[in-house]
Ligand binder design. Structure first.
Ligand code: PBG
Length: 326
C-alpha cells in the first residue's frame, strides 16, 4: 500500500521513452511473427493483390526471393497458401506430390533449408465449390474431409513442411491428421490448429488473395459463431485432446477476449493469433485516407494481440514491422 498522503502519480513513469520502455509489459518482435505467403500456379510473375496493399500472389519463380527478403529482415517463419491452376469438387489437386504448395516448399527448402515453413491445410483453395471440404448434399462431410486432410498433410510433410496448420474447422481433423502423420513416419511434425476460427467478414480481402470464396452459401455451418466465447474453450479442449501442439485464434482484433480466455485456461500451450486480411487492409485503408498513422496503428494492433495472451502472430505486417524495427 501507498503510505503517503500525496497521490501516487503513475505519470512519473511515463515521462520519457527510456523509462516507458524499461517498464513496458509487452513487446512486439520479429521472432514472434509469421508471414503469410501466397503461391499461384496460374502466374509466372508476382501479381499485386489489390484488396491488400503491399501483398502479392507469387509465382513459383518468386517464392525463394520472397523468403530471402524476409529472412534478411529477420522474419524466418511463413504460412503457405496455394492457388492451383485447376479445381475439382473434392480438391484432389491438393494431395498431389506436384501440387503448387508441395512444389513451393521444395523450392524454398532448396534455397533456404532453415526457413520455417508452416503449411496451411484446407480444401477451400482447391475445391471447385470453394468450401473447406468434401460436400455431401451441400453440407460438409466431416468424416471424409478429415480423412482427406490427413492425406494432404502427409503430402505436405513429404515435400518438407516444418509444421501443419489445419484451418478448415472440420470435426476430428486433428486426430485424423496426427494419426496420418504418425503412421507415415512424421512423428516430429507439429500441428498448429486453427482451433478457434470464426465465420468472419474480416476475411473479405483474403478472397482475392487465395481465390477461395465459397461458390454458394457461407462457412457458418463449420466456422464459429462470432457470438460465442465459451464454445471456443470447447474447441480448444477438443483439439488438445486430439493432439494439437499449438492453438490459434482467428481473427485477432475482434476476439481478444477469446485469446485471453484460452491463454488463461491453457497457459502452458503455445497460442497463436491470426491478424487477418480485413484487419490489415482496414489499417492500410484508414492510413491511406489520412485517418490514422499506419506504423503506430500496426504496432498498437500487434501489441494488443500479444497483451491479450498470444505468443506469436500471423500477420501481413510481418515485413513492415521487421523493417520498422530495423
Ligand atoms: C481458408 C482460410 C481463410 C483464411 C485463412 N485460411 C478464409 C476463410 O476461412 O474464409 C483467412 C485469412 C485472412 O483473411 O487473412 N480456410
Amino acid at each position: 500500500m501507498h503510505a503517503s498522503t500525496t497521490p501516487l502519480r503513475l505519470s512519473r513513469l511515463r515521462r520519457n521513452e527510456t523509462i516507458r520502455k524499461l517498464i513496458s509489459e509487452t513487446q512486439v518482435s520479429k521472432e514472434r511473427l509469421i508471414a503469410p505467403l501466397f503461391v499461384s500456379e496460374k502466374i509466372t510473375e508476382k501479381k499485386a493483390i489489390s484488396s491488400m496493399p503491399g501483398q502479392f500472389q507469387l509465382s513459383l519463380n518468386d517464392v525463394a526471393g520472397f523468403v530471402d527478403e524476409h529472412r534478411q529482415h529477420g522474419i524466418h517463419s511463413f504460412m503457405l497458401f496455394g492457388i492451383p491452376a485447376e479445381k475439382d469438387p473434392r480438391g484432389d489437386v491438393a494431395l498431389r506430390e506436384d501440387g503448387i504448395v508441395q512444389k513451393a516448399i521444395r523450392k524454398i527448402k532448396e534455397h533456404q533449408p532453415d526457413a520455417y515453413l508452416i503449411a496451411d491445410l484446407c480444401f477451400c483453395e482447391y475445391t471447385s465449390h470453394g468450401h473447406c471440404g468434401i460436400l455431401h448434399q451441400q453440407e460438409i462431410d466431416h468424416i471424409q474431409t478429415a480423412h482427406q486432410l490427413a492425406i494432404q498433410a502427409q503430402s505436405l510433410a513429404e515435400a518438407g513442411a516444418d509444421c501443419i496448420a489445419p484451418s478448415g474447422m472440420i470435426d476430428g481433423m486433428i486426430a485424423a491428421i496426427r494419426e496420418g502423420l504418425d503412421t507415415s513416419g512424421h512423428h516430429q511434425l507439429p500441428i498448429l490448429s486453427y482451433s478457434v476460427k470464426y465465420a468472419s467478414s474480416f476475411y473479405g480481402p483474403f478472397r482475392e488473395a487465395a481465390e477461395g470464396a465459397p461458390g454458394f452459401g457461407d462457412r457458418r455451418s463449420y466456422q464459429m459463431d462470432p457470438a460465442n466465447g465459451n464454445e471456443a474453450l470447447r474447441e480448444a479442449m477438443l483439439d488438445l485432446e486430439e493432439g494439437a501442439d499449438m492453438l490459434m485464434v482467428k481473427p485477432a482484433m475482434n476476439y481478444l477476449d477469446v485469446i485471453y480466455r484460452i491463454k488463461q485456461q491453457y497457459p502452458d500451450v503455445p497460442l497463436g493469433a491470426y491478424q487477418v486480411s480485413g484487419e490489415y487492409s482496414m489499417i492500410k485503408a484508414a492510413a491511406k485516407a489520412g485517418l490514422i498513422d499506419e506504423q503506430q496503428a500496426m504496432i498498437e494492433s500487434l501489441l494488443a494481440i500479444h497483451r491479450a495472451g498470444a505468443d506469436f502472430i500471423i500477420s501481413y505486417f510481418a515485413l513492415d514491422l521487421a523493417k520498422y524495427l530495423g
